[in-house]
Design a protein around this ligand. Structure first.
Ligand SMILES: Nc1nc2c(ncn2[C@@H]2O[C@H](COP(=O)(O)OP(=O)(O)OP(=O)(O)O)[C@@H](O)[C@H]2O)c(=O)[nH]1
Ligand SMILES: [Mg+2]
Ligand SMILES: [Zn+2]
Length: 360
């Protein structure tokens, strides 16, 4: 039996409990792990396996509509006594970390939902790469969660202060934590972000020490790390996303290291707030900061205030971001589409209105 504080630790806050009352006869749960076709969910009191209902599957118009780790969902039962539970609804997400689906499709998939803080983990040894950090930050700012940079493996780095200063240069307005899982209390800076009702997600390249850090927070080696793994299959140690409750409060989501970070959804305005601020002083409102006269961005590069590499990185990511919308807007659009689904599609409604006006 779970304690009441475990219920809160798992993130069941009043907001979701209230929304759940809209669905009479169903039980509120949270997705804690994702396997191939099955999901493991927690009701806060019990853990069970669940499948997605046929109707939910049929109504989904994108991979992002499917329940993912961190989602609050409504299921038809609270135990597996009579088989797997069926997930009927996904509750409104307060934040969602999306990535481009693997392969060539333009679809996006959910990495983690309903997270308060995204820990962008980068190791202070050979994984260290400022351009990759800018990419992660652009995606993280778009999620609705607050990004925090976690520089891991401090014990392997001789120049921590210099590295932190460099990272500061590419992450305006973002808190930077330095950790080590080999040093006593090396995970301590993380604890400030963990409290009952809060969920944090760890993302970053494979091998930077995400799972090792989470085991330190858990106080025991609950999840497999590259250190504890016996075989040597594949590149990634963590193979599926998983939500874990921290005994001292809060929940964490471990994710497998990402190799490819498609920029389908990015918020460059926050990740590159420094360039945005400079751009406001450019002579032309639509300045591309390449060779226009009166360009404040180029001027800042000449005076050494801004690094040329950072501008190039910004221009590259801007070009790559095919869609620059915010998730909140996307979710609203989805809601509208669903509301009008009885009429056919939103497009039909628009055409109908257009034609009606034309006839007048
Ligand atoms: N020196 C040092 N090694 C560490 C530290 N943290 C983790 N490691 C080692 O780094 C390796 C990878 O750690 P993991 O925790 O499995 O890395 P991960 O980020 O979870 O990797 P994926 O699950 O593949 O995404 C292991 O051999 C750890 O022992 C640290 O703070 N210092
Ligand atoms: Mg791992
Ligand atoms: Zn300019």
């Amino acid at each position: 039996m779970y304690q009441q504080d475990n219920y809160l630790n798992a993130g069941f806050t009043q907001r979701f409990i209230n929304e759940a009352t809209l669905y009479k006869g169903l039980v509120l749960g949270r997705v804690i792990a994702q396997y191939k076709d099955l999901l493991r969910i927690s009701t806060g009191y019990n853990e069970l396996l669940a499948e997605i209902s046929g109707k939910l599957r049929y109504q989904a118009s994108s991979l992002a509509d499917f329940p993912a780790v961190g989602d609050f969902i409504m299921v038809d039962r609270s135990s597996n006594e009579n088989g797997n539970a069926l997930i009927h609804h996904v509750l409104t997400r307060k934040s969602v970390f999306l990535r481009k689906a693997a392969g060539t499709s333009h679809d996006v998939q959910v990495v983690a939902a309903n997270i308060d803080t995204v820990f962008i983990c980068m190791a202070l040894n050979n994984d260290y790469n400022l351009r990759r950090m800018e990419r992660y930050l652009s995606i993280a700012w778009d999620s609705g969660a607050v990004p925090v940079v976690v520089l891991t493996k401090a014990d392997l780095c001789q120049a921590v202060i210099e590295k932190v200063a460099e990272v500061e240069g590419v992450s305006p307005g973002v808190e930077i934590l330095v950790t080590s899982s080999l040093t006593k209390d090396g995970e301590k800076p993380i604890h400030a972000y963990l409290s009952p009702g809060k969920t944090v997600a760890f993302i970053g390249s494979s091998g930077v020490g995400k799972s090792t850090l989470i085991n330190r927070l858990l106080g025991e080696d609950l999840i497999e790390t590259n250190e504890t793994r016996k075989d040597d299959k594949g590149r990634h140690t963590t193979t599926h996303r998983e939500l874990l409750m921290i005994p001292s409060g809060g929940a964490v989501i471990d994710t497998p290291g990402m190799r490819e970070m498609g920029l389908e959804n990015a918020d460059l305005s926050k990740a590159f707030a420094d360039i945005g601020e400079l751009a406001e002083q450019c002579k032309f409102g639509d300045c591309t900061h390449q060779r226009e006269p009166g360009c404040a961005v180029r001027h800042a590069i000449e005076t050494g205030e801004l690094e040329e590499d950072r501008l190039q990185s910004y221009l590259k990511l801007e070009k790559e971001a095919t869609y620059e919308g915010l998730n909140a807007k996307q979710i609203e659009k989805k809601k509208m589409d669903n509301m009008f689904s009885d009429f056919g599609s939103m497009k039909n409604v628009r055409d109908f209105i257009k034609n009606k006006n034309r006839r007048k």
